[in-house]
Design a protein around this ligand. Structure first.
Ligand code: ATP
Length: 352
């Protein structure tokens, strides 16, 4: 049982706030992903859990015990870093065994534990090699095995895939997902890659500038972004956001009229919709939607992405892969009220 509790954690350096009032309970066995752009405070949050950074205020509890004053080695957490951090002079076997040695675990059990961890990450054929003679993906798997071998209470992973090329990232991601299913160990995973977050997480914490913006399952965050920051950070392409006015349930902006929206709202708002939710018309004007000229066309293989301009901003709409048009041609797409996300024009907070 290893529940991790972060109680109103702050991290400040002088006047600079790295992390502000981070307050969350991570239940036993949860795979939690901290997601956000560079500098938002994800690594700092994780380093505080590991004990590599001291919280300025607030309490960190692991398994019900306050650990603020415990050394990293006494917290029973295992970390996997972006840089792998392997010992170059040791073989793969020795690297994986290392945590058992430093923790004085009965040597009679080492071989079995190392072999089991190596098997889980499919490294049994590489145990005699040095890290220098492995590919990046294999090195990262050694780092994973070294974290697994001591059966920690909590796994902390800091961008473990970011040094791998795109293809390896996908296969290693699948390996991590499978491992986490097998091991059922509470995991806190840091990334700036929203696809990684969406595919791996039980819950995602979206952060920006030291603040938690939203905590939710990948589906909640995708379907109900709490504000325009989350809306524009999650999804590929990002959600289209258009500034305009709403009155009597009708939203208007340049080239856009959308009907059937909440009649209680009035004034300036930001309206969002996802590229894949709009429906390209058969050539006729859209009664509720966008009527504009094609600005660019991108062939994606399984679809065609059309962009048009609204208030001088680009808006993307997904069309069939067979859709044929040209830059400058008229383009219409229906945007029904049901696919719209409405946000406060000033604060960016979700309205409905
Ligand atoms: P990245 O994805 O680039 O690693 P991050 O979200 O993990 O970013 P952090 O490393 O947690 O961000 O840093 C959060 C903020 O705190 C950044 O603005 C960073 O410059 C600042 N920061 C980190 N360490 C220190 C330090 N020792 N002293 C002062 N500021 C720091």
């Amino acid at each position: 049982m290893a529940e991790v509790q972060l109680r109103h954690i702050d991290k400040r350096w002088g006047d600079f706030i790295g992390v502000k009032d981070f307050d969350l309970t991570i239940p036993d066995k949860e795979f939690l992903v901290l997601l956000g752009p560079s500098g938002c405070g994800k690594t700092t949050t994780m380093r505080m859990i590991a004990g590599l950074e001291e919280a300025t205020s607030g309490e960190i509890l692991i398994d019900g015990k306050v650990v603020n004053d415990l050394e990293p080695k006494d917290r029973d957490v295992a970390m996997v870093f972006q840089s792998y951090a392997l010992y170059p002079n040791m073989s793969v076997y020795e690297n994986i065994r290392f945590p058992l040695k430093v923790r004085n675990i009965d040597p009679a059990t080492h071989d079995e534990k190392v072999m089991r961890a190596a098997e889980m990450v499919e490294l049994t054929n590489f145990l005699h090699r040095r890290p220098a003679d492995l590919s990046g993906g294999q090195r990262q798997r050694v780092a994973l095995a070294r974290a697994i071998v001591r059966e920690p209470n909590v796994f902390l992973m800091d961008e473990p895939l970011s040094n791998l090329d795109a293809k390896l990232r996908v296969s290693t991601r699948a390996q991590i997902k499978n491992l986490s299913h097998e091991l059922q160990i509470t995991t806190i995973y840091v990334t700036h890659d929203q696809i990684e977050a969406m595919t791996l997480a039980d819950r995602v914490v979206v952060m920006s500038a030291g603040n938690v913006q939203q905590v939710g399952t990948p589906t909640e965050i995708y379907n109900y972004p709490a504000n325009t920051f989350v809306a524009s950070f999650i999804g590929s392409p990002a959600m289209n956001l258009m500034k305009g006015t709403i009155e009597g349930g009708v939203f208007t902006a340049e080239n856009v009229t959308i009907t059937g929206l909440d009649k209680r709202l009035s004034g300036n708002i930001t309206l969002g919709f996802r590229a894949e939710d709009a429906v390209v018309t058969d050539g006729s004007e859209a009664a509720s939607g966008i009527n504009a000229k094609v600005f660019s066309i991108e062939l994606l293989g399984d679809a065609t992405m059309i962009t048009v301009k609204v208030n001088d901003e680009l808006v993307a709409i997904k069309a069939d892969k067979e859709y044929v048009t040209d830059i400058g041609q008229p383009f219409s797409a229906t945007i029904s009220a049901g696919i719209c996300h409405l946000f406060d024009a000033e604060t960016g907070e979700r309205l409905s």
